[in-house]
Design a protein around this ligand. Structure first.
Ligand code: PMP
Length: 394
């Protein structure tokens, strides 16, 4: 049997991490993998998470199974964080998943169960895992234009023109905020237009939200998903706690369905429970429990929000520093988009050859599509990167 297995394509980002590790230059800079790093290059455990872990260690008396959808208190706390008061709780079904990836995977599974003919429309480009999971599941994927390689903003006209071709029952996958890999995002007026188009066509939005609090703020970053949830009859939402709670390896995510007909909630919830059972039975609990504690305790929540805001502002500061350094060196505004982008990533919009030149000549590692992780920088390395970008001729 095993002889039938084929070599699978390696994950490009993990490959890049390995190359970085093996690079002997002490001036090397890692702007590859999507993990937040502070000014000294560490990915710290957030203070509130550390405090919650201590409390949990003292208070936890059992590690018996939770429910198939995870601890209901986790679902409640996360629904509130993501959706606020945009929809009634009775219209939402939710299940804990192993990370945001688990939520995306379970969401696709649910789509396939409900409508095997549904096409899933994805932004070009999108997070590569979206593509590889859809392919693995044998689902049909259609690209819609997203990134304008001239302005490095959203090609909204192209996006809407492509999405005019969606059929009723198709699913349109969008990034709720902080688009990965481009950093380019729709404004609220554009989200409004998109919602109108999807409703007119009878298409179903699926929102992947993995960076709430990394862009314009916790509430601001949830505005689009809240608009969609309040205006569209059926919505899928895959949320990740990996980044905004800094609990990457705890694998903490939530898949939600929102339906304007509350009588469907029970069936949706049963389906989410069923899908968890088929794939891994009970979802991981440790990260989910920490998130619940942080979100429901006033002091922990305030401290978490303060630290998340520090993280957000530090990335914004680095963006502004890089954009102004590049303006100084290039004598032009053509890198202004870096300060406009939001979240952890920006796509420079240059060729793989230039990306390779940055790596070979300057020890600067970024993904081949020219996505750079802003959090991989610090005040000292920003000018080094800016100089390298100009030197290689981007
Ligand atoms: N969606 C997007 C767009 C992401 O960038 C990520 C993190 N890389 C995720 C989902 C989920 O990540 P995780 O499974 O680590 O929670």
């Amino acid at each position: 049997m095993f002889e039938n297995l084929k070599e699978q394509p390696a994950d490009k980002i993990l490959q890049l991490m390995q190359m970085y590790k093996e690079d002997p230059r002490d001036t090397k800079i890692d702007l590859g993998v999507g993990v937040y790093k502070d000014a000294s290059g560490n990915t710290p455990v957030m203070r509130a998470i550390k405090a919650a872990e201590k409390q949990l260690w003292e208070a936890e008396t059992t590690k018996a199974y939770t429910g198939l959808a995870g601890d209901p208190a986790y679902g409640d706390a996360m629904i509130k964080l993501v959706l606020g008061d945009a929809v009634a709780r009775a219209n939402v079904a939710a299940a804990a998943t192993p990370g945001g990836t688990g939520a995306v995977r379970q969401g696709f599974d649910l789509i396939r169960m409900a409508n095997p003919d549904a096409k899933v429309w994805v932004s070009d480009p999108t997070w590569p895992n979206h593509l590889s999971i859809l392919k693995h599941m044998g689902m049909t994927k259609v690209d819609y234009r997203y990134f304008d390689s001239e302005t490095r903003g959203v090609d909204f006209e192209g996006m809407m023109a492509d999405l005019a071709g969606v059929a009723a029952g198709d699913v349109v996958l969008v990034h709720g905020c902080c688009h990965n890999p481009t950093g380019a995002n729709l404004n609220m007026a554009q989200w409004g237009e998109l919602v109108e188009l999807l409703n007119a066509k009878g298409a179903i939005p699926m929102v992947d939200i993995a960076y709430q609090g990394f862009g314009d703020g916790l509430e601001e970053d949830a505005q689009a998903v809240r608009l969609i949830a309040s205006k569209c009859p059926e919505v899928l939402i895959a949320a990740s706690c990996s980044k905004n709670f800094g609990i990457y390896r705890e694998r903490t995510g939530l898949l939600m369905t929102v339906c304007n007909d509350p009588s469907r909630q029970k069936l949706n919830q049963g389906t989410l429970n069923y899908l968890n059972r088929q794939n891994y039975s009970f979802p991981p609990d440790h990260g989910a429990r920490l998130v619940t504690m942080v979100l429901t305790d006033d002091a922990l929540r305030a401290d978490w929000m303060a630290e998340l805001e520090e993280v957000r502002l530090s990335m914004l500061g680095l963006r502004e520093q890089l954009a102004s350094e590049l303006q100084r060196l290039s004598g032009s505004d053509r890198f202004g988009f870096i300060a406009q982008h939001r979240g952890m990533f920006s796509r420079l919009g240059t060729t793989p050859e230039m990306v390779e030149k940055l790596r070979a000549d300057h020890g600067i590692y970024m993904v081949g599509d020219s996505r750079l992780n802003i959090a991989g920088l610090n005040k000292t390395t920003v000018p080094i990167l800016a100089e390298a970008i100009i030197k290689v001729g981007i």
